[in-house]
Design a protein around this ligand. Sequence first.
Ligand code: SF4
Length: 323
Amino acid sequence: MPKEAKAREISVAAETDMLLDTTVNDKRIAHLLEKADGMTRSLAGNRGFIWTAIGIDSTPCDMGCSFCSHAARWDAYKTSPPLSEEEIVEKAGQLADGGADFVVLRTTQHYPLEVLQRLGRLTRDRIGSDMHLVINTGEMSLDTVRALKDSGYSMSYHVVRLREGQDTGHSVDMRMRTIENVLRGGLELQYLIEPLGPEHSAQEILAEARRARAVGASGTGVMARVPIMGTPLAQYGQVSDTYLKRVTAAARLEYPDGGQHLCVHPPTPQTLHCGANTMIVEEAANPRDTSSSSGPWRAFDLPRARAVMREAGLAVRPAKAEG
Ligand code: SF4
């Protein structure tokens, strides 16, 4: 590595170590939050993005992740009938018309490829070609990725989770194989540090922040774990908004030259001033809750997301009604 790049890396590491050190007070890291904010605004041209996710199934899942309400072994989810294909396409269309930048179809680990292909084609027809259709599903071979791309998907959400293999039924290798297939198969990748809890160390967090850059994800960010009673990790609770802001800034500082969509979830408007520019509106089945929602999760809907973005000085995609 050239000397200059090495020096830059060392200086970023000192800044992110400071951000994630809870013995350092907020006054001493305020300049780093501001720096991260400026970096994202410059990278994305002051644009804010809205990620809209439809949980299309809540099938009891055999992967047994220690935080997830869909895991069969915790029996925490109130089963609800799956959405019909018509309902899914209709919801996707409404979200696209309402100003979403991404329409995401999210499933549990094992979901039939042929249904995803059909939904991809129908949804792409409905939302048009100028926005991302994202797949968030289980592990994918290269052939599966190519089939999904041919069906209209343009991006995948896939990550190595914090404490993968310890708190999940996956291994890092499984996840990385899928990520490599996603990229080789021509889909963009969105990669968040997740599911962040109070027990995770700075080293664990920074390893995933750096992996987002190493794999060349087009988006990065952080998702805080929401405690689900009955799951083993609920005992640790949830990180504070103040800490979430610090991790947001660290994700930006560690990825200064890409990952223009920096997403934070659950929606935390303060993070739009320290490096985030992407928020999530989600509907239907949800691993962060114990039942499916008939409308937007926790009432955080598209108009609210758009208003929050604008209040933070970020431009949003016009809704259809606005022309
Ligand atoms: S996080 Fe995904 S893979 Fe893990 S139990 Fe939940 S649905 Fe299954």
